[in-house]
Design a protein around this ligand. Structure first.
Ligand code: PEP
Ligand code: MG
Length: 571
């Protein structure tokens, strides 16, 4: 028996034989060519062949594919036609004389890194798509076959890492779990595993590749470990745990639509973070009481021109209709700085996270901003819609944003276009200055939603995408907790509600502290909702208040984590 440790990326236990998937490594030849025109022609032929392959797979698999898989094919086809990528590859070949393979891979990688820096699951998935579709073209250029995974029996899939197209044709009914050598908690494998609700351990290192075909495994994705050739005793223990966990998860899902009320009667709202229409359907199915963060970025990226009012109106309306009467907090555009939207001319910045992002860019482009505001106002008719401004640092910005919202309203009024009139207006609290000014800001708005991803980054001065300083970044740090406590207290003093839509809201370890601090609304990935609601029902507000009070007195996040573990083992 041997144990390999990795990162728990999607919880659960899987027991079964390994299916080892090891596609051949691809080497990218780097050369200069004597006939760039002919090389560009070869590149275009490869793009065309890749398109044909994708269309062929899509038609073979028609009817068998799930919604998210269809989306992957569509995204890949779109990327093959992306003029920005095409133009940069063309320039590298025609102007710099590079060979097709290196021109393609360098430019695809640059594009993928840009998307990854947005630190959002949706965009990270797009980065994986770009790398994936580029490798498809590379294989075509090198004359290599495309890899294929066929599971002949229920198995745990073991691989170095998995790309979206590796997994598209996978028979998911035979898939017990994933174990990968590479990848982090937000890799494609992790996202897919969470969406399918199956266990995954990722980033478990090269030892994973020594696992043999059909070797018996226990994948313990609660603790991020893989047990190879488990003894009878261990196997029995895990089988019992697996049964209990399945029963618990089934119960939590059955109870998902019920409210989240603590044992001593405090009710909080549990709502979803949503990036596009599919998430909204999933959110409703998993018991979301609304949307606490609708990221509107999805409409603006991966395209050459800005979406017009009509297109935005239809996209928002479709999501609002799925949510029916449930409240939806829709966040105005949060891009800029680190993501060059070709039609926005954002320019280069040395420190994009401290730059012209989100509301800052929108306030400087009133016509562009008001297009989005009008689309939201129109789509809001008949729904409970709340508009939220991101990256607010000062009171003045809130006033400016509200003034533009008022202008958008008047424009619709004058044009005789119907729009929603009962709309709450709120802000994200994700910059320390906003947390410190919460008393003043609370007088300007109807609600706050705390964005702990950015609040942690700015409080601890740790860029959220920089792996070298990642160990310093933790929302449980008392410095961040003290700001959260202040925001909730000042919000309540002014009579407004306070929610949270950063990742921390879905972190079960943080839940007692946030309940204890008085948070009113928890917004998280839809799949986390049933378990979060179950946990809230098992808590007592009074006990959580004591936990919160004590956590605020500790000196760093390691102390908070140790304390929470101790409290949990007592509970
Ligand atoms: C946050 O900063 O916590 C947040 C929810 O916004 P985003 O991750 O989209 O920046
Ligand atoms: Mg943010």
């Amino acid at each position: 028996m041997r144990i390999i440790r990795g990162i728990a990326a999607s919880p659960g236990i899987a027991i079964g034989p390994a299916h080892v998937f090891q596609p051949e490594d691809l080497h990218v030849p780097v050369q200069f060519v004597s006939n760039p025109e002919a090389e560009w022609q070869r590149m275009q032929e490869a793009f065309q062949k890749a398109k044909n392959q994708l269309q062929e797979i899509a038609s073979q698999a028609a009817g068998r594919l799930q919604q998210q898989d269809v989306a992957i094919f569509e995204a890949h086809l779109q990327m093959l036609e992306d003029p920005e990528l095409q133009a940069s590859v063309q320039a590298a070949i025609l102007h710099e004389g590079k060979n097709a393979e290196s021109a393609l891979m360098e430019n695809a990688e640059r594009y993928a890194v840009q998307l990854e820096s947005l630190n959002d699951e949706y965009f990270r998935a797009r980065a994986a798509d770009i790398r994936d579709v580029a490798r498809r073209c590379l294989r075509i250029l090198l004359g290599k076959p495309q890899p294929d995974i066929t599971l002949l029996q229920p198995s745990i899939l073991v691989a170095r890492d998995l790309t979206p197209s590796d997994t598209v044709l996978l028979d998911k009914s035979r898939l017990l779990g994933f174990c990968t050598a590479e990848g982090g908690a937000t890799s494609h494998t992790a996202i897919l595993a969470k969406a399918l609700g199956i266990p995954a351990v990722v980033g478990a290192g090269p030892q994973v590749l020594e696992i043999e075909q059909n070797q018996q495994l226990v994948l313990d994705a609660w603790h991020g470990q893989v047990v190879l050739d488990p003894s009878e005793d261990i196997l029995k223990q895990f089988q019992d745990k697996q049964r209990a966990a399945r029963a618990q998860a089934a119960q939590e899902r059955a109870d998902a639509a019920k409210p989240a009320i603590t044992r001593d009667g405090r009710r909080v709202e549990v709502v979803a973070n949503v990036g596009h229409l599919d998430d909204a359907h999933q959110a409703v199915a998993l018991g979301a009481e609304g949307i606490g963060l609708l990221r509107t970025e999805f409409l603006y990226l991966d395209r050459q021109t800005e979406p017009d009012e009509e297109e935005q109106y239809r996209a928002y309306r479709a999501i609002f209709e799925v949510m029916g009467e449930r409240p939806v907090v829709i966040r105005t555009l949060d891009v800029g700085g680190d993501k060059a939207l070709p039609y926005l001319d954002l320019g280069h910045e040395e420190n994009p996270f401290l730059g012209w992002r989100a509301i800052r860019m929108c306030l400087d482009r009133p016509a562009f901003f008001k297009t989005q505001l009008r689309a939201i106002l129109r789509a809001a008719v008949g729904h409970d819609i709340r508009i939220m401004f991101p990256m607010i640092a000062t009171v003045r910005e809130v006033r400016q944003a509200r003034a533009l919202l008022e202008e958008a309203r008047l424009e619709l009024e004058h044009a005789g276009v119907p729009f929603g009139r009962q709309i709450q207006v709120g802000i994200m609290i994700e910059i320390p200055s906003a947390a410190l000014m919460a008393d003043a800001l609370a007088k300007e708005v109807d609600f706050f939603s705390i964005g702990t991803n950015d609040l942690t980054q700015y409080t601890l001065a740790v860029e959220r995408t920089n792996k070298r300083v990642a160990h310093l970044s933790n929302a449980l740090d008392p410095a961040v907790l003290r700001l959260i406590a202040r925001v909730i207290e000042e919000g309540h003093r002014a009579g407004i509600w306070v929610g949270m839509c950063g990742e921390m809201a879905g972190d079960e370890r943080a839940l007692p502290i946030l309940l204890g601090l008085g948070l009113d609304e928890f917004s998280m990935a839809p799949t986390l909702i049933p378990h979060a609601k179950a946990l809230i029902r098992s808590c007592s507000l009074e006990a959580c208040q004591a936990i919160a009070r004590h956590s605020l007195t500790l000196s760093d996040y390691t102390e908070v984590e140790t304390y929470l573990q101790a409290v949990n083992s007592l509970a």
